[in-house]
Each structure stands twice: as C-alpha cells, then as structure tokens.
Design a protein around this ligand. Sequence first.
Ligand code: SAM
Length: 232
Amino acid sequence: MRLLVALVSSMDNPEIPFWERPEIVEQFAARPPDQRMMELLGDASRATRVLDLGCAGGRNTEWLAREGFDFYALDDSRAMLEKTRSRVEPYVGKADAGHRVVEGRMDNLSVFDRDFFDLIICFGVYHAAQSLEEWHCAIAESARILKPAAQLLMTQFSPRSDPTGQGLQRIEPHLFTGFRDERRMLLLEPDELDAWMAPYGFTPVRPTYDTTAPADEGGTRVVVNALYQKNG
Ligand SMILES: C[S@@+](CC[C@H](N)C(=O)[O-])C[C@H]1O[C@@H](n2cnc3c(N)ncnc32)[C@H](O)[C@@H]1O
C-alpha cells in the first residue's frame, strides 16, 4: 500500500528527480541480472572484488552478493541505494550492506582507494555525464580504483539511438537530449569510445560492438558494449 501511494504521488509530481522516482526504482529493480556479467564471472574466484558502478535497483549487486563475490555498489540516488541495500542484506547483514552499498558520484570515487578493484561493471551510467569534463573525470576515477590488469565491463548509448522515434537533439558535440530522463546524455560510437578510453590506460579485451534494443520510451536504443583491461 505504501509503495502504491508513493508510486501515485511520484507520477503526480514531476519535481522528483528521475532516478528517485519509486516507479523507476521498481522498473530497474525488476530486470534480470546482466548476462554479460554472469558470463564473465561464472568461473571467476569468489574473492574477485567487484564494483557495481551506478547500481540502480540492485539487480546485479544482488547477484554478486548471492554468488559470494567481494562486492561493492555505488549510486547517487538514495532511492536506488535503499532498494539495493534491502536486496543484499539477506546475504551480508544490515551493517555490511550499509558499508558495501554507498552513495557517491561516478566522477568522485574518493571513498575507494587506488588499485582496489579487480572488476568494475558499469551499465548505462557513464553516458549520464552532463559534460565532457564529467565523463573524463568519471573514467579517470574508474581507472584509479582498478588494480593493474583489472577489467571494466560497460555499456553506454550510441548517438544512433532514437528512443522516441523523433530523433535526438544535439546540444553540443557528443551531448544530446531526447530520452525520458530529460537531462542531457553523452553519447559515443564504439570507435570513439575506444579512442576516448585509451588515454586512461584501457585496452579492449574483445572488439567493442553495438546492439539495438527496444527503448523504454517506445523507440530504439543503440547500446555500445565494451570490455576493457587496464594496462598492467
Ligand atoms: C540506467 S541506470 C543503471 C542501471 C544499472 N547499472 C543496471 O544494470 O541495472 C543509471 C543509474 O546511474 C545513476 N547515476 C546517474 N548519474 C550518476 C552519477 N553521476 N554518479 C553515480 N550514479 C549516477 C542513477 O541514479 C541510476 O541509478
């Protein structure tokens, strides 16, 4: 009942930031764990230390917790963090859930030490950068907290996405609007992503590729999929 009231009041109140809206939290939480992550980690040591960067409703964090990985998660939405903590608590307890699922922004990961993680998973988050500077800071921070030879599994949207069927609006080079989260997004093609990642010491483990999928808005989104290794 409380959830129903929250959902209705959120829909009536567009002032609530997109990622804090109860219906958006539930929508992202309901998705199954990411297939690419499960394939990459299937046979990996459970001592692997993994960061779910931009964890949203915790679909991947919960899988990591259930599988026994040394997981952490970060997001800047309190509603998303609350949901994610509630999902990992059964596996690690309330205190550890609070310690492992933390509030923060992708361009300032100072809560984590340098060379701390074996793997970062980051699906659909870097493109939320509101400027080129924010995107570059976020990638530099991810590089800082990864161990040498550690990996980064990521997705972000391509500018060929057409979420509503009405095209995207280009605000400035690489920055677009037109998604239901009305803020701008920084969109790159696969070859651009590889070129922009290289100065931070990231080399593709396999060719970066794109896939086309239905968008929540009714049109299509083109998703750029990449797996990078940080230089040793
Ligand atoms: C598309 S969702 C991520 C989906 C999630 N990775 C998954 O696989 O289910 C984007 C998430 O990034 C978070 N986010 C957006 N901008 C952020 C930022 N600058 N720093 C940290 N998190 C951010 C949002 O709160 C939201 O939870």
